[in-house]
Design a binder for this molecule. Structure first.
Ligand code: FAD
Length: 823
């Protein structure tokens, strides 16, 4: 086989994803692209997919990408002459419980704000669209007329043909065997037919992507699972062109094709596959039948569609697909290796995602940074430890089923838990903490009351769309923070040290705020990209002249490290190091925080000697720690940073003090409800790389006129100046529902004078403000500069189809002047 010696891009993998990336890079005008497929195109997972193509996904941008895929699959035939088999037969999702119906109603509301055509329908209407369906226990459902189905092999072949037309070289029968790199940058690919020197590599290796990643030193945490469906023989008199039917409460989906029914499942406990590696010969392989595993699904399906009882089974299919730890795919430049891009781990939605994922990845490579908020699927959310095979194997037994499980708010994973523990974890456990998991960390989300502990009640979630069992526990914690004092363990905070004699200059360039501060001072800042949008939301503490500490949310450490390291000039004396695990962080927050701490800390905690936004080294117990006077809850308080080895000692001192001056142990849910009352933004929800910092209402942090450094001026400076001249197109507002009953989570549509103008980006209950609180952007009317005209309108929020009146505000509804944090 003749292969080129040199290429600009080598794409590894000829499934639907690799072909989509190749097509989109070609379309952008990129040259010298080679796609390598070890056997034949589609021979991995793509060839046997069911071909369901849905529009609505869990977030706005994932929905945009799914819609793009659909439109592309419709158009490809005109462009390439190859049909993708796409047909728009619509889809129905039915609910068998009231809780599921609430989820569907919320999805429908979300769909409306994302521009997806979606209707809530009754069981009778469902029956009209899907004759013979047993609707005895059906509560209701959703109808998406624009959903459809297609043929995965044909889509891939059409994408490949389109790519070839753009000059992409697609080579089958050649395996990438190793990755060559130089100074953390891609250098080339070793293949079964020789070496290809290249600038970029795209790992689109499907379930092989984990191993390909390992050769590059890049974590691609995914693991294959067995995935099942059956196809019946032709069913007599079956209505043709039936919509796709999903019955998530029975973990099943149905697709009619040529008079046969394909019945597939997302069972709650799935079977991991490929623990001993994947055979070298794997090519259009299927896995062994497991009828016992499929039987419970089939039994329910027969009750749902009586004719299945007598329908002959033409095919029992079992094939592998890769799943990830959080059921979201992995996309983007790997933080470990420059110009090594990943597009893998598609959790059984790879066909409907391929068009959009290929388009945005190509664009990301083209522009050097993603232009869209792709944080949901950004590979930089991955924690290095998650590449552990056993962790993945245990987790994916749960991930597959999550696609159809009830998507309750605050739902926690149950597998591969207790991996990453705060040093005071066991102490918190004894105090009744109920833990939730984020990026592997176990974090106390709420605490049992003393009475519950005495009654030996277990700290456990009872999920619901309404108030969950911990609502009152968290409300009490919230009130303690607002009225007295609370303790929160935030050891999971990401911590990055930037050291070196050029650290200040480098950070002046990367950060929007002015970080040329005295040691001991703290600034709140964003890292902006060239468009003035937000890449990170952090605090920076100057520890000494050449040492800064960046504190970032738990899940953004790898992303921030990647961003910082990517912007440290080659000639700068500055290094970024992840020091997250080196220190525990205990927050003492509330109006009584000073009274609580002062007797056990010799340093003077008065406002005069220890003002807001400063840090001091303190003595506590028999050791030292750092106290940072900042707040994410909007109250007086200190964050204590304690060397991990001494954190239990400090915690014991705090417990001892609580015998004289009571303090409440509080969880992350209370911290979040406090932060939303104070309208503090949350990265990944309220602010992202698509949100301009000025439109996010954070202009007060941006110091675009600060002096340039020897490495250049602040990133995003020109965009900020331009935006200030041109005016804002959208504005972030805080909303409070006037009816104290309904709850906000996120994605609820915002109505301004009756029209949808945006959606809630994050929501929680304001126990002090006595109503659900949400943040969300509204699109400004033409030339609407004035905050006054925006606030003059009437606002309502659509909560699961109920239109609720809301107050809107630019300033935080709680303590708008921020007097409380500064007392
Ligand atoms: C039963 C089943 C039903 C499904 N139904 C749907 C559905 O209805 N809708 C939907 O959206 N999704 C569905 N999916 C999921 C979908 O099929 C996958 O998400 C998608 O096919 C993944 O595509 P891929 O390109 O990432 O992987 P693959 O198709 O596996 O492609 C990866 C390719 O990389 C090649 N490769 C690997 N290593 C190397 C190497 N070293 N060198 C060169 N080449 C290499 C492999 O040979 C393979 O061809 C289903 C999956 C299954 C199993």
């Amino acid at each position: 086989m003749l292969i080129p010696k040199k290429a600009n891009v080598v794409i590894i993998g000829g499934g639907i994803i690799g072909c989509s990336v190749a097509y989109h890079l070609g379309k952008l005008g990129w040259k010298d692209i080679v796609l390598l497929e070890r056997k034949q195109l589609t021979c991995g997972t793509t060839w046997h997919a069911a071909g369901l193509i849905a529009q609505l996904r869990a977030t706005k941008n994932m929905t945009r990408l799914a819609k793009y895929s659909q439109e592309l699959y419709q158009k490809l035939e005109d462009e390439t002459g190859l049909s993708t088999g796409f047909k728009r037969n619509g889809s129905i999702t039915v609910a068998l419980t009231n809780e599921r119906m609430e989820e569907l109603k919320r999805s429908a509301a979300m769909g409306r704000s994302f521009g997806v055509e979606i209707d809530e329908i009754s069981s009778r209407e469902i029956l009209e669209k899907y004759p013979n369906l047993n609707i005895d226990d059906v509560v209701g459902g959703l109808w998406l007329p624009k959903d459809g189905q297609a043929d995965p092999v044909n889509i891939t072949q059409a994408l490949a043909k389109g790519a070839r037309n753009y000059g992409v070289q697609i080579i089958e029968g050649v395996k990438a065997t190793d990755i060559d790199k130089n100074n953390n940058k891609v250098k080339g690919v070793m293949t079964s037919e020789g070496y290809i020197e290249c600038e970029y590599i795209v790992n689109a290796g499907g379930m092989w992507a984990h191993e390909i990643g390992k050769k590059a030193g890049v974590a691609v945490p995914l693991h294959a699972c067995e995935h099942f469906y059956i196809v019946t023989e032709k069913i007599k008199d079956l209505k043709l062109n039936l919509p796709v039917l999903r019955v998530p409460d029975e973990s099943s989906y149905y697709k009619e094709d040529a008079g046969k029914i394909l019945l597939g499942c997302f069972e709650l406990k799935s079977k991991p596959w490929g623990m001993d590696g994947i055979s070298e010969n794997f090519e259009f392989d299927t896995l062994a039948d497991d009828f016992d595993h499929f039987q419970p699904i089939l039994e329910k399906a027969i009750k749902r569609l009586g004719y299945l009882e007598t329908a002959g089974i033409h095919t029992f299919f079992n094939g592998p697909e890769s799943f990830t730890a959080d059921n979201r795919y992995l996309l983007g430049e790997a933080p470990e290796l420059k110009k090594f891009f990943v597009a893998a781990g598609f959790n059984s939605v790879g066909i409907q995602s391929a068009g959009g994922a290929g388009m945005v990845l190509a664009d990301w490579m083209d522009k050097g940074n993603s232009q869209m908020d792709l944080w949901d699927v950004d590979i930089r959310r991955v924690q290095p430890f998650q590449n552990n095979r056993k962790y993945l194997r245990d987790r994916v037994t749960e991930t597959l089923g999550l696609l159809y499980a009830d998507h309750f708010p605050y739902r926690q994973v149950e597998t591969s838990r207790n991996v990453r523990l705060s040093p005071i974890h066991n102490q918190l456990k004894k105090l009744g903490a109920c833990f939730g998991e984020t990026s592997g960390w176990e974090r106390a989300n709420w605490f049992l009351t003393e009475t519950e502990i005495k009654k030996e009640i277990l700290p456990k979630y009872n999920y619901s769309w309404k108030r969950q069992n911990w609502f009152e526990n968290s409300a009490e914690e919230h009130r303690a923070i607002r009225e007295k004092v609370g303790l929160i363990d935030m050891s999971s905070f990401g911590k990055i040290k930037i050291v070196g004699k050029d650290a200040e200059d480098v950070l002046q360039m990367i950060a929007a705020n002015d970080v040329a501060i005295e040691p001991g001072k703290i600034v709140y800042t964003q890292f902006l990209n060239e468009t003035g949008c937000i890449e990170s939301d952090v605090t920076i503490t100057r520890l000494s002249l050449d040492e800064f500490l960046v504190v970032t949310p738990t899940d953004t450490v790898q992303k921030d490290l990647h961003w910082i390291r990517g912007h440290i000039p080659d000639n700068a004396n500055a290094y970024a190091i992840d020091v997250t695990a080196s220190e525990a962080v205990i927050l003492i927050m509330g109006p009584d925080a000073r009274n609580f701490l002062q007797p056990i800390i010799p340093q003077d905690l008065t406002n005069k000697n220890f003002p807001f936004s400063t840090m001091q080294e303190i003595d506590i117990g028999h050791t030292k720690a750092r106290a940072h006077r900042v707040s994410y809850v909007g109250e007086l308080g200190w964050e204590l940073y304690i060397s991990t080895d001494m954190s239990n000692h400090v915690f014991d001192e705090l417990i001892k003090r609580s015998n004289d001056y009571s303090i409440k142990y509080c969880g992350l849910h209370a911290m979040d409800s406090c932060r939303i009352e104070k309208a503090y933004r949350h990265f990944g929800h309220d602010i992202s790389n698509e949100d301009n910092v000025l439109e996010a209402g954070l202009g007060f942090v941006v110091k675009e006129n600060k002096p340039s450094t020897k490495f250049g001026s602040m990133i995003g400076k020109n965009a900020i100046i331009k935006k200030k001249n041109e005016g804002l197109n959208k504005r972030l507002l805080q909303f409070r529902l006037r009816d104290p009953e309904p709850l906000l989570y996120h994605n609820e549509p915002i109505l301004r004078d009756g029209d949808i103008v945006g959606y809630i980006t994050s929501g929680n209950y304001g126990h002090h403000l006595k109503g659900a609180i949400g943040l969300g952007y509204i699109t400004c009317r033409e030339k609407e500069e004035s905050s006054i005209s925006i606030l003059k309108s009437d606002y309502q929020i659509d909560v699961a189809g109920n239109i609720i009146d809301a107050d809107a505000s630019f300033k935080a509804l709680y303590d708008p002047k921020s007097a409380k944090v500064k007392i």
